[in-house]
Design a protein around this ligand. Structure first.
Ligand code: CA
Length: 226
């Protein structure tokens, strides 16, 4: 999952960035409306967190342009306490949710989970053989045990699960796991895959390597009635 934070207040942006990175999301940042607009045209995101009071181009204008391009990207707007009319306009322009500053980070995390879940249009529980993945609580259960996964491993598992049975290239993984300025090599991806693979192995859930191309989370063999 890749998110964009458009926020010019460095303290708020840093807090959001650290929290969401810690949750295993790939996060990009834009400190003004023009950069946000450019990033939205250049990249594919799963969620936009948009401050309305942005320099160069207002958050409302960024949102208006995004929707004018036909994008259905979920948008969570951040507004000042006294910005009621802006909030209403934002919702009218197609924002999906809003939060009033100052806000509590756990509440923001919950809303981000809800919005990204809605965007992927998926059921709360995903199953792959002996593995169950709870998309609401973002926890993986294997053979009845909750798996202890790092943020990177969790992000990796989500990407592989969302495309289970299909090939995912290393470049796609880097795209989904890393924000701008984060140097993550293909070698590092191999390490994350290796660690996740070891944790999934006891349940017979396999991540196959497709030489030179990428990885594939294998769908469990269907039982044939012959
Ligand atoms: Ca601002």
């Amino acid at each position: 999952m890749r998110l964009l934070i458009a926020e010019d207040d460095a303290i708020i942006a840093d807090g959001l960035y650290r929290t969401l990175r810690g949750n295993g999301y790939a996060v990009d940042r834009a400190a003004n409306g023009v950069d946000a607009d450019t990033a939205l045209m250049a990249n594919t995101y799963d969620l936009l967190i948009l401050d309305l009071g942005l320099p160069k181009l207002s958050g409302l204008e960024v949102l208006k342009r995004l929707r004018a391009r036909g994008s259905v990207l979920p948008v969570l707007i951040l507004t000042a306490l006294d910005g009621t009319s802006d909030r209403v306009r934002g919702l009218d322009l197609g924002a999906d949710d809003y939060m009033v500053k100052p806000f509590e980070l756990p509440e923001l995390e919950a809303r981000v989970r809800a919005l990204t879940r809605r965007s992927s249009g998926t059921v709360p529980m995903v199953q792959c053989g002996a593995l169950s993945y709870d998309q609401v609580g973002r926890s993986a259960i294997l053979n009845g045990q909750v798996l202890d996964l790092s943020a990177r491993e969790l992000g990796l598992l989500e990407v592989l699960l969302s495309r289970s049975g299909r090939l995912v290239s290393k470049d796609q993984l880097v795209d989904h796991l890393c924000g701008w300025g984060e140097e993550v090599s293909h070698n590092a991806i191999e390490v994350y895959v290796h660690r996740l693979r070891k944790k999934l192995e006891p349940g017979g859930v396999r991540i196959a390597t497709v030489r030179g191309l990428g990885y594939c989370l294998e769908k469990p063999q269907e039982i044939r009635n012959t």
